[in-house]
Design a protein around this ligand. Structure first.
Ligand SMILES: C[S@@+](CC[C@H](N)C(=O)[O-])C[C@H]1O[C@@H](n2cnc3c(N)ncnc32)[C@H](O)[C@@H]1O
Length: 288
């Protein structure tokens, strides 16, 4: 880890993302061909990365954590915000050398951690207030998000690029096709908002699908429920989403009694139950 502690909270964020060599040049100089297995689809347009960084909201005094800086387009944009510090976690060793110019230009505000983000606890890594801003590697985007949601109150916000199809699931409402376990868990813990979409051609190389930036903030008063119980009831309910709950919840025990305790019609289907309903079901399951 390259240590970079700023002198004070008021360290000036004067940083010009355009003053460094163009990203295409960095990629060519260091031979950074994109690796599909690591979800490497880069954003080389600094106007776009600037838009993403600004969409995180006011980062003044905040430690911004970036997952997968790659060649550093979004990293540069984050340094141009009022963020007190940027800590970027990158798994691919090739980018560490390529980012040295950015580290120097950041004048003590950028640290790079070479690690698999799935193994890193961002709360232990970065002081509060902290926010995550990332163009996520799509192969690990959902497990990363679920890990962060479990302790989202530790973050000011999460501003994350997902495949559009995943973003649609995060914000889906009951009654829609995209509504499922991920929607319930996300909306239970956070207020999740779609900010904007980006076409595949915005990336180098272009992925097969469109992408969406989602902004998540901790939900002020989440419905009381235990994480594990909520996972169990949503897994059973959405595992057979077309069946009535009195049938699909049988694997959990006396389904009719659980539904009665939660105040849900036994003939309801998973996709009709809102987050409050699933939280009630999780409480009933825990209390059985
Ligand atoms: C979609 S690219 C984004 C790159 C850059 N931030 C941009 O916007 O151009 C995903 C980045 O995450 C890195 N990455 C992939 N899996 C990772 C993991 N498990 N932990 C940390 N970084 C990872 C990749 O090497 C790549 O740099």
């Amino acid at each position: 880890m390259t240590d970079a502690t700023p002198d004070s909270a008021s360290a000036s964020p004067a940083f010009d993302p355009q003053a460094l060599p163009p990203l295409r040049e960095v990629i060519a100089r260091f031979g950074l061909d994109a690796r599909k297995a690591l979800g490497q689809n880069f954003l080389l347009d600094l106007n776009l990365t600037g838009r993403i960084a600004r969409s995180a909201g006011d980062l003044t005094g905040v430690t911004a954590i970036e997952i997968g800086p790659g060649p550093g387009g979004l990293t540069r944009a984050l340094l141009a915000t009022g963020a007190k510090q940027v800590i970027a976690i990158e798994r691919d060793h090739r980018f560490i050398e390529a980012l040295q110019d950015v580290i120097r230009a950041a004048d003590g505000r950028l640290s790079i951690v070479e690690a698999d983000a799935l193994d890193v606890d961002p709360v232990a890594l970065a002081p509060a207030p902290r926010a995550i801003v990332a163009n996520l590697p799509y192969n690990v985007a959902t497990p990363l998000l679920i890990g962060w949601l479990g302790r989202i109150e530790e973050f000011v916000s999460l501003t994350l690029m997902f495949q559009k199809e995943v973003a649609d699931r995060l914000v889906a409402k009951p009654g829609s096709k995209a509504y499922g376990r991920l929607s319930v868990i996300t909306q239970w813990r956070s207020d999740a908002r779609v900010l904007f979409n980006l076409p595949a051609k915005a990336f180098t190389p272009p992925p097969k699908v469109a992408s969406t930036v989602v902004h998540l903030t901790p939900r002020a008063n989440p419905e009381p429920a235990e994480w594990k119980a909520l996972e169990q009831v949503t897994a059973a309910a959405f595992g057979q989403r077309r069946k009535m709950l009195r049938q699909s919840l049988k694997s959990l025990g006396d389904a009719e009694a659980l539904l009665a305790a939660a105040g849900i019609e036994p003939t309801a289907r998973a996709e009709e139950v809102d987050v409050a309903g699933f939280a009630a079901l999780a409480r009933a399951f825990r209390a059985r």
